[in-house]
Write a protein of this length. Structure first.
Length: 302
């Protein structure tokens, strides 16, 4: 019962990874706000049933939960999500920023609406809900942020410029939250999940390579992600902050963060010509290729 007495908000908890997070948090003693607008994978439509269904599952299992159907993508409604925790339980201890949508399109065809919708839910939504909880975390001198990122941003994938930009932006936001909130004993970490979910099910499978990748993903259960989220939400993780983890079936990864790889120096300064002649040849051995996620994680999950 690592989360006994904790109040946890899980956004996007009506299905998939978010549902498993909510169930696991409750099973470890937390009181859970199950947030989900009940939209489609692309963010369209509204349905109160998914959040209510998961909250009901928790109650039937002997846990404590309330449903909330406010959107993370607007400041006012994000505040209502946090207020739901305060109204129901009098406090908030953990925010799990899991809500997300996909509107995949190659960059050169992506519409402004497709860009904005994904940024609003993922990046703005993570900021809005986290910011709404921050005064409570500060006043109680404790708190946990668990933020969902993706290897689409950390490494790269085709046709996901909006999603990748939002997910890498969440990494920077999470690090900033960790830095700014450290003196209040608040931690902030990211998880990049590998698992079969409703969102992953929208990935095209037009080639044998894509079909093989999807079959591999289908073997990875969403429930495998939840133990790390529970740990990061607990008091046991007080010393863990500003980190980026990935989970792939039974594998846990600590992901690297941007740091200098190599440098070159020229005492008289650089010109475009000397950069071409000297600097780039010296640095190019450390250039990153245009890898995609499946090329970096090239082995079958364990």
């Amino acid at each position: 019962m690592m989360l006994e007495g904790k109040v946890v908000i899980v956004t996007g908890a009506g299905g998939g990874i978010g549902r498993d997070f909510a169930l696991a948090m409750a099973a470890h003693g937390a009181k859970v706000v199950v947030n989900d607008v009940g939209a489609s994978v692309s963010g369209e439509g509204r349905d109160t049933a998914p959040a209510q269904r998961v909250a009901g599952e928790i109650v039937v299992a002997g846990g404590t939960a309330v449903a909330n159907t406010d959107s993370v993508a607007e400041w006012a409604s994000a505040n209502r999500i946090v207020q739901a925790a305060i109204d129901a339980y009098g406090r908030v201890d953990v925010v799990v920023n899991n809500a997300g949508i996909l509107r995949d399109r190659f960059f050169f065809n992506m519409s402004i609406e497709e860009w904005q919708a994904v940024i609003d839910v993922h990046l703005n939504g993570t900021f809005y809900v986290s910011r709404a909880a921050a005064p409570y975390f500060k006043s109680q001198n404790s708190g946990r942020y668990v933020n969902m990122t993706s290897t689409s941003g950390l490494i790269g994938n085709l046709g996901q410029a909006n999603y990748a930009a939002a997910k890498l932006g969440i990494v920077a936001l999470s690090k900033s939250m960790a830095l700014d909130m450290a003196k209040y004993r608040v931690t902030s970490n990211c998880i990049a999940p590998f698992a079969w979910s409703r969102m992953i099910g929208t990935i095209p499978a037009d080639t044998p390579e894509q079909q093989a990748r999807l079959e591999t993903l289908k073997r990875m259960e969403t429930a495998k992600i939840a133990p790390l989220a529970v740990y990061l939400a607990s008091d046991a993780a007080q010393a863990v902050t500003g980190q980026v983890f990935a989970v792939r079936a039974n594998e846990l990864f600590l992901m690297s963060q941007s740091r200098p790889l190599r440098s070159v120096h020229r005492s008289e300064g650089w010109t475009p010509e000397t950069i071409a002649q000297t600097a780039i040849p010296a640095l190019s051995a450390q250039f990153h290729p245009l890898d995609r996620t499946q090329e970096v994680f090239s082995w079958d999950p364990v």
